[in-house]
Each structure stands twice: as C-alpha cells, then as structure tokens.
Design a protein around this ligand. Structure first.
Ligand code: G5P
Ligand code: MG
Length: 218
C-alpha cells in the first residue's frame, strides 16, 4: 500500500520483547496516532485491582495467554473507544480466533511484523524496567532511565514485570511459536503484512519510517 490513509488501522506483531512497545512509542510520537496495547491495558487493570485485573493476573504472571473470549470482548470494546483517530494495535490479536474476530468488526489496513532473533530477546528481558501507569519501557544499556529505578517523566518508581522471570519468558516464547505464529500467516494471506528484521530497534526503526512515511506523512 502506498497511498496515504487518513484513519489508518495498523497492527504491530512480533515475539515477546521483540520491541513492539519501543517501536510503537516511536510511531505514536512521529505520526501522532493512538497506541492501543493489550498488555499495557491488562497490566493497568491488574494494578488497579479491577474484576478483569483479578481474573487475568494469573495468566500474565505465568506467561500464559488470557482466554480468547475474554480478550476479544475486552479489546473490541477498547478499540470502539478510539474515536475518529488512526490507531496502532500492539499485542492483539495473538491467536487466529482473535484475528478472525477482529477482522469481522475492524479490518486492518497494514500489519508490521518485527523479526528479532530469540537469543537477543532473552538477553533483553533481564534488563527491562517499566513505568506501569504510562507503559513507558526502559532497558539498562539501551534506553537507561536518567535516575536509576525512576521514570524519566514523572520520577515515579519503575518495576520489573513478573512475566520477565526466566520460566515465564520461556513459556511466552513457546506459546508465541505454537499459537501466535499462525497469525502472521493469517495476514500474509490477506496481502497486508510487511516484515522488519533486525537485532536492535534502532536498526528496525528506519525501515519502519521508510514504509510508513508514504502512508502517514502529510
Ligand atoms: P504483552 O505486554 O503484549 P509481549 O510478551 O508480547 O507482552 P512485550 O514483552 O511487551 O511483549 P515488546 O513490547 O515486544 O515486548 O518489547 P519492548 O517492551 O518494546 O522491548 C522489550 C525490552 O527490550 C524493553 O526493555 C526495551 O527497552 C528493550 N529494547 C527494545 N529495543 C532494544 C534494543 O534494540 N536493544 C536493547 N538492548 N534493548 C531493547 O503481553 C503480556 C501478557 O498479557 C497477556 C498475556 O498473558 C501476555 O503474556 N496478553 C494476552 N493474552 C491473550 N491474548 C492477547 N491478545 C493478549 N495480549 C496480552
Ligand atoms: Mg509490549
């Protein structure tokens, strides 16, 4: 696709810790579009101890997928709240059932698939720190916070995700291989998927802008 799309509906796919959140925040900043991250939204519910948060907590902590029926209802409702703005969806869909459900109500225009070697990913998660309220993410040595353990913008505490423990990371990568990889084929078959390969987000980012500029820049 090369023509500029006004209200773009975009997806970003990629293995756990492949840099979806990192690349998404750069896209949001450059193109002023709405970032809708299923993981950030679920973590916010857990933090606020809502009914949904209590229901999903155990899945996230163990690195398992939240059941499709819960996720589909939740994310379709969340997308319905994004009024008249282009959006970038991150973390959903993660199963073919979710992809089918989304396609019926919100057929997406473009899909970006990040391809990062697993050995790079495993190394990264050890050094990840997040600011829960905003979803801002840091990595020691890559984008180190200005003050250790504190968010750059608010000065609030950073935390490590329970699902970044080695056992949970292993589980997340296994689930990605078996359950989420077929989602890539779902969008390949529709002819709307583009792959972005690299070992670092800085290597991937210029490829993403070359692709998105003709679609999103004025
Ligand atoms: P999430 O939150 O969607 P994942 O596992 O898909 O979780 P994650 O871990 O959030 O993905 P990411 O967004 O792809 O990773 O990556 P990131 O946060 O940007 O980067 C990872 C780390 O690497 C960061 O510390 C970053 O600073 C650093 N980094 C980035 N680039 C570089 C680089 O070039 N160099 C270096 N050194 N570092 C770098 O989902 C979480 C859970 O929610 C549930 C599931 O339980 C899931 O496990 N869930 C769902 N369940 C069912 N269906 C769904 N649709 C669900 N969505 C969420
Ligand atoms: Mg993320």
């Amino acid at each position: 696709m090369t023509a500029r799309v006004k209200l773009l509906k975009a997806l970003i796919l990629g293995a756990p810790a492949s840099g979806k959140g990192t690349i998404s925040s750069r896209i949001v900043k450059k193109y002023k579009i709405e970032h809708v991250s299923s993981g950030d939204k679920l973590r916010d519910h857990i933090e606020k101890q809502t009914d949904l948060g209590k229901e999903v907590k155990v899945y996230l902590n163990e690195g398992k997928l939240v059941p499709d029926d819960v996720m589909i209802k939740f994310m379709i409702t969340e997308l319905g709240k994004v009024n008249n703005k282009p959006w970038l969806l991150d973390g959903f869909p993660r199963t073919v059932a979710q992809a089918n459900a989304l396609w019926k109500v919100q057929p997406v225009d473009v899909v970006l698939n990040l391809v990062v070697p697993f050995e790079v990913i495993i190394d990264r998660v050890k050094n990840r720190w997040v600011h829960l309220a905003s979803g801002r993410v840091y990595n020691i040595g890559f984008n180190t916070p200005k003050v250790e353990g504190k968010d750059d913008d608010t000065g609030e505490d950073l935390v490590q995700r329970p699902d970044d423990k080695p056992e949970a990371v292993k589980k997340r990568l296994e689930i990605y291989e078996s359950v989420t990889r077929p989602v890539i084929d779902f969008y390949k078959d529709k002819g709307i998927l583009t792959q972005f390969e690299g070992r670092t987000s800085d290597e991937i980012w210029p490829k993403v802008t070359t692709y998105l500029d003709p679609i999103l820049s004025k």
